[in-house]
Design a protein around this ligand. Structure first.
Ligand code: ADP
Length: 521
């Protein structure tokens, strides 16, 4: 009977031991039990995995063969402790240790040792619990170091930062702020610092504060703030509303940057621009005056040369006077372009619209150039297509300037062959909608000259640009003519473009919308 019971008890014991073993194996911490001589009597699965030996190898060996722990004095342990306690202390708790495993690994652990007692309260073994901290430490260190670096940026970074709470009081200023203003926190706190804003900028700042309270959105402003040297510095300020950890609105963060240098530069630039504008205005007035002053005597020279040319002269006198006339025209063209370009660049040019008779304008221009064409044996002609309205209303003076520039170029860049102007009209796209009787006039000037390479089609319409310098030396010119043509055409709400083949000739095309004159000239 006794034996039966013993067998039963033994069975129960084995069953229980197996159950406890299974349960302890599931625990995440390593568990070791020793006797009073430090011989290992029990290890769970986690412990055997951490120590790198099987349970059987560990059992009945002395603890210190496999398990050797020393205080962990690493910075990581310090951070770990700081993260847990949320305050920094210099003394490390003994529970953080390094487990030095026989295979050479050093594992950071959290260790707890409980001394086991016999019924007479005498120590008869140890119960050691230890937890691998490697993974926890890694993530803690990551978040701690980024938190640290954010704090460092906030405190000592390049920005002046302060915080406004929901009651409208400023309750935080970073180091950079205090360093910049040279004042202490007691001077700045609540609304103290606002009195140090430049009096001229304060009303606007107060306005922004009110908007901030009402709208709770990102805002920007700039103002002058008294700095540590007793001078005003310009601050650019970004106001960000922010929420607390429970996602409730809890005020604003003000992030300010010193923009004094930028503001000074802006002021200098503005002053320089105003000066340049004043100088430009003076230049504009000068050019308008000069325009008259220079053209008058030059026109007299041309006119009187023509008068003398009509008198009886010997061949040499005639030749010389023709050169004077030719040079005077060239000079007049150049002067006209220089003055016109200056006036156009000032945007001072306006439209002077009036009635005109198209054939009259065209024939006057061609008369002027016929003389030059004769000199070079060029055939110069124009044709106004049938059905082209000729009684028109618009700024014919500008139309003349456009055509004269194109014609003067055509003559300059055509040594032999022809120069032809074709004028035709089509219904203006604006006609039907507006009811204003408008037509689109096309002026197509073709020459058999040297032509223009396609890659220069656009740039020759810019000021001072020419196809190449060797041409300039050969043909002279200031590179202004086509820029003027383009500006005048655009001023008249028209378009200009060209087609050309190098060595074959060029064709400039101007399209202008003009009104048909209501009263006959
Ligand atoms: P420029 O006073 O030099 O003639 P433009 O602005 O009138 O200045 O013309 C710019 C350049 O375009 C000229 O220098 C020339 O190289 C080219 N160009 C203009 N018209 C013609 C043309 N009809 N044939 C060939 N090249 C031309």
């Amino acid at each position: 009977m006794e034996l039966m019971l013993s067998e039963n008890a033994a069975e129960i014991l084995i069953v229980n031991e197996n159950r406890y073993q299974c349960a302890f194996d599931e625990i995440d911490a390593g568990l070791i039990i020793t006797d009073q001589y430090d011989n290992i009597q029990f290890v769970n699965k986690t412990a055997s995995l951490l120590l790198g030996n099987s349970k059987d190898e560990l059992l009945n060996y002395r603890l210190d063969i496999f398990y050797h722990s020393v205080p962990d004095i690493s910075i990581e342990a310090f951070i770990h402790y700081s993260c847990r306690q949320e305050s920094q202390v210099s003394q490390l708790p003994y529970t953080f240790k390094i487990l030095q495993v026989p295979d050479g690994r050093a594992i950071p652990i959290e260790e707890k040792i409980t001394y086991l007692l016999d019924p007479a309260n005498e120590p008869n073994g140890k119960f050691i619990q230890f937890k691998n901290l490697t993974k926890i430490r890694e993530s803690e260190i990551k978040s701690f170091s980024s938190k640290e670096s954010y704090l460092k940026i906030l405190e000592d970074g390049p920005f002046l930062i302060c915080r406004l709470n929901t009651e409208g009081q400023f309750n935080y200023f970073n180091n950079k702020w205090l360093e910049f203003t040279g004042r202490c926190i007691d001077d700045e706190i609540y609304r103290g610092w606002i009195s140090k804003i430049h009096p001229d900028d304060r009303p606007e700042f107060e306005k922004i504060l009110n908007i901030a309270f009402e709208e709770k959105k990102n805002l920007k402003t700039d103002f002058r703030l008294l700095n540590r040297d007793g001078e005003y510095s310009w601050l650019f300020c970004n106001l960000h509303p922010f929420n607390d950890i429970t996602d409730n609105y809890s005020g604003y963060i003000f992030i300010c940057a010193d923009i004094t240098d930028r503001k000074t530069m802006e002021t200098e630039l503005r002053q320089a621009k105003e000066l340049a504008e004043a100088a430009n205005n003076a230049k504009g007035t000068f050019f308008s005056n000069m325009s008259h002053e220079i053209r008058t005597p030059l026109n007299s020279i041309i006119g009187l040369t023509e008068v003398v040319l009509d008198t009886k002269l010997d061949d040499e006198q005639n030749k010389f006077l023709r050169i004077v006339k030719q040079s005077s025209y060239t000079l007049l063209g150049l002067l006209n372009n220089l003055l016109e370009s200056a006036i156009l660049d000032e945007n001072k040019e306006e439209l002077y619209e009036r009635n005109f008779y198209l054939p009259e304008i065209i024939s006057a221009i061609f008369d002027q150039f016929q003389f030059q064409a004769d000199e070079t044996n060029l055939s110069l002609s124009y044709k106004i297509e049938e059905n082209t309205p000729c009684q028109l209303f618009g700024d014919y003076f500008k139309l003349q300037r456009i055509l004269m520039n194109l014609l003067s170029n055509a003559i300059k860049f055509t040594e032999a062959g022809f120069i032809r102007l074709r004028i035709y009209s089509e219904q203006s796209p604006g006609f039907e909608n507006t009811g204003v009787p408008k037509i689109r006039l096309h002026f197509v000037l073709s020459d058999s000259g040297i032509g223009i390479p396609e890659d220069k089609f656009e740039m020759i319409f810019e000021n001072y640009t020419q196809v190449d310098s060797s041409r300039t030396r050969r043909f002279s010119g200031a590179g202004l003519g086509l820029a003027i043509v383009k500006k005048l055409t655009e001023l008249m709400h028209g378009h200009v473009w060209l087609e050309s083949k190098l060595g074959k000739g060029s064709c400039f095309h101007v399209a202008l919308d003009l009104r048909i004159a209501l009263t006959i000239k």
